[in-house]
Design a protein around this ligand. Structure first.
Ligand code: ATP
Length: 204
């Protein structure tokens, strides 16, 4: 197995709990973070891997004038319909995990630790393992539900109802807490998150 070199640490959480914020703090320290969302955005660009399958299934109504997928429109469909969400994930996720594994292999000899930011890590845990990505640790970025709702509403300019439906589309964060190796509580200020990260870095 190629993963004997760098330690693999999965970063996850709930929607809007602060994964990107934490990933930025980790990158600032010079570590590599592979970002599943960023890969997903690239894969659905016009002409790329997942693009055609998505258009075939969801129709041309989800396209913008320039032919690119309107991610907001697609998001609206899948956040409100579990079947459609499952369909979309089944198209996009295999490409994401395949590419993540490629990036892990590429970096494995050069890094001490590779972080993988994967929002649906626990939901897709078995799938991810099948792609040969075996985590040494999983860190969960947590906030309580009230703060999670507020932060999503502010960031995405959406209603409370929409924020709640996005949160409910994922596994309950309280359940994820039991499955993580470490929990970083981001209910407070960013500095407090940073402080918890300092402590974890001292250990790893
Ligand atoms: P998603 O799952 O949607 O990708 P995420 O988990 O990556 O979200 P972020 O985008 O990092 O979450 O954070 C959500 C929002 O909350 C952002 O607008 C971010 O700037 C803000 N935020 C993150 N941490 C804090 C904090 N400690 N205090 C105040 N605002 C914060």
């Amino acid at each position: 197995m190629t993963q004997s070199k760098a330690k693999l640490i999965g970063l996850t959480g709930g929607i809007g709990t602060g994964k990107s914020t934490l990933s930025d703090m980790i990158r600032e320290r010079g570590y590599t973070v592979i970002d599943a969302d960023k890969i997903a955005r690239q894969l659905v660009e016009k002409g790329l891997h997942a693009y055609r399958s998505i258009v075939d299934i969801f129709g041309e109504d989800i396209l913008q004038e320039d032919g690119e997928i309107n991610r907001k429109a697609l998001g609206k469909i899948v956040f409100n319909d579990e079947d459609q969400r499952i369909k979309l994930n089944s198209i996009v996720h295999p490409h994401i995990f395949d590419y993540m594994k490629y990036l892990v292999d590429k970096n494995i000899d050069m890094c001490e630790i590779i972080f993988l930011d994967i929002p649906l890590l626990f939901e897709e845990y078995d799938n991810i393992r099948e792609y040969g990505i075996i985590f040494d640790e999983i860190w969960l970025v947590y906030t309580d539900r009230k703060i999670q709702v507020q932060r999503i509403m502010e960031r995405d300019k959406i209603s409370e109802e929409d924020a709640i439906s996005r949160i409910d589309a994922q596994m309950d964060i309280e359940d994820k807490k039991h499955m993580a190796s470490e929990i970083l509580d981001n209910s407070g200020r960013r500095e407090e998150l940073k402080r918890q990260l300092d402590i974890l870095f001292e250990r790893v």
